[in-house]
Design a protein around this ligand. Structure first.
Ligand code: GAL
Length: 468
């Protein structure tokens, strides 16, 4: 039985016992402080999600221009042909969305998503007023005047040659369906590599890992799938190591392939494939941390979750340690980066070649736990933001010298003609108020916002260009 203290006052105020009084004051002040914080976080949250477009003032003056919010107003054309009154009765008219238009090869606004050769970015010809401008989704020519073929790509900055190398799927072949219900595909040609000093003028370094023409049992046989190649440099061995998604035409092999070279421009020797940690692996990437430890991140368990684990010292294998992250969230196309000790990742949903909504995630430790922050896309229009500007993440390039600034690299896939898929490069900025305050954090924002800004045309700040 509980005995009531008959001398205890029913309220804390006024009090005459010094210690009890100060405890009450501390407790009430704390409650007040937490309430204020909660109100502040609600207000800032409302400001963030209010749909209004604002100029997010950045800490760094160089990136203010990149943070301008640009709107896109695209008119959806009226539906083609007349429907009979009977058909209209049977099936109520479905409103056409921009995504429907995007996926319709015969859409009247196809040129909006896939501008033709007349508007191609040609760094040799455009060396003038248009120099260094990125035009998302326009055809981008290399220094020989050919469209760049480096889809699902990744990038390294090579200290030894002071140059950037862009690796990606060389898809310059016919698109076809291996089976009626199979995904649209292009035979493996190999991994394309392009070099640049300014991230705008790209020289074709050739196909650095080539398909196998004859041996049908070889992973790289042209009838298979090679996607999302990523290269990292190993300081211990002096080798360039490539990891990639290896699959059969039906995407049932679900493995990673590993290749190695002494030079960034190859040729890369293919070492073989594996199911990392014994699990399926489809969309994947590798990330090299500041301490030289590299990690493999891959979609697994029918793409329902991601797995992450460190590579061995030579980067040629995975270590046994593995964590499941974003379990049940069905994410793919991971692109990782790090800022001020925090790890960030952009992922897409799983809808094949069709675009969907990107999400940003953050973690204090690369092995997790990872928190999902929300959709990082800003500007364009609602459909642009819900479809990642009609593109899918593949890599995030750090811009040294402008803290918190990156280039978001994405692919605008063209399922009808995969070789004509486009590149959507946009500025990605870390900073600003948290996206979504979590219930358990008492109003303290856990992570700064990750923002990807839509621009029809944009370029890197001039001071950055000069230093490169
Ligand atoms: C996507 C994936 C691409 C490719 C495609 C095939 O989900 O991100 O890399 O595998 O599916 O349909």
């Amino acid at each position: 039985m509980r005995v009531r203290n008959k001398y205890r006052k029913s309220t804390a105020f006024p009090c005459n016992v010094g210690s009890r009084c100060s405890i009450s004051i501390v407790v009430w002040s704390l409650v007040g402080f937490l309430l204020m914080l909660q109100i502040y976080s609600l207000i800032s949250h409302r400001n963030t999600v209010s749909g209004d477009v604002k100029l997010h003032m950045s800490r760094h003056p160089l990136v203010r221009e990149l943070e301008q919010v640009e709107e896109e107003n695209i008119q959806i054309p009226p539906p083609k042909g007349k429907r009979s009154p009977r058909a209209a009765k049977r099936r109520p008219k479905r409103t056409t969305t921009l995504v429907d238009e995007f996926l319709d090869e015969n859409s009247q606004i196809r040129h909006v998503f896939f501008p033709d050769m007349k508007t191609a970015i040609d760094p040799l010809k455009d060396a003038g007023n248009d120099s260094f401008y990125y035009y998302p989704a326009r055809i981008w020519l290399d220094t020989e005047g050919n469209p760049i073929q480096a889809h699902g790509g990744g990038m390294i900055y090579d200290e030894r040659s002071s140059a950037y190398y862009w690796y990606g799927e060389y898809k310059d072949g016919p698109t076809y369906h291996a089976h009626k219900k199979g995904a649209a595909r292009v035979d493996i040609i190999g991994v394309g590599c392009y070099s640049s000093k300014d991230l705008w003028t790209w020289k074709n370094e050739g196909i650095v890992l080539t398909a196998e023409e004859l041996n049908e049992t070889h992973d790289l046989h042209k009838s298979n799938v090679l996607e999302r190649p990523k290269v990292i440099y190993n300081e211990n061995t002096g080798k360039y190591v490539m990891w990639m998604h290896i699959d059969d035409a039906n995407y049932t092999k679900a493995a990673v392939g590993i290749a190695v070279s002494d030079y960034p421009t190859g040729p890369f020797d293919y070492l073989g494939s594996q199911r990392p940690h014994g699990y399926e692996s489809r969309d994947m990437t590798v990330f090299k941390d500041d301490d030289g430890v590299a990690y493999l991140i891959y979609s697994s368990e029918e793409n329902s979750e991601l797995h992450i684990g460190p590579l061995t010292k030579d980067y040629l294998d995975v270590k046994p340690d593995m964590r499941r992250i974003l379990v049940g969230q069905h994410r793919e196309a991971p692109a990782l980066f790090k800022y001020r000790g925090t790890y960030y990742m952009i992922t897409s949903g799983c809808t094949g070649w069709a675009p969907n909504e990107a999400l940003a995630h953050a973690a204090d430790s690369i092995m997790g736990p990872w928190e999902t922050m929300g959709n990082p896309c800003i500007g364009g229009n609602k459909m642009f933001r819900l479809a990642t500007f009609f593109a899918q993440s593949t890599f995030v390039i750090p811009l040294p010298g402008i803290p918190g600034s990156y280039i978001f690299m994405a692919d605008r896939w063209n399922p009808a003609d995969l070789s004509d898929s486009r590149y959507v490069w946009l500025p990605l900025i870390v900073g600003g108020p948290a996206d979504r305050p979590f219930e358990f954090n008492f109003g303290f924002p856990l992570w700064p916002r990750v923002s990807i800004y839509w621009h029809r045309k944009w370029r890197l700040p001039s001071s950055w260009r000069v230093t490169k």
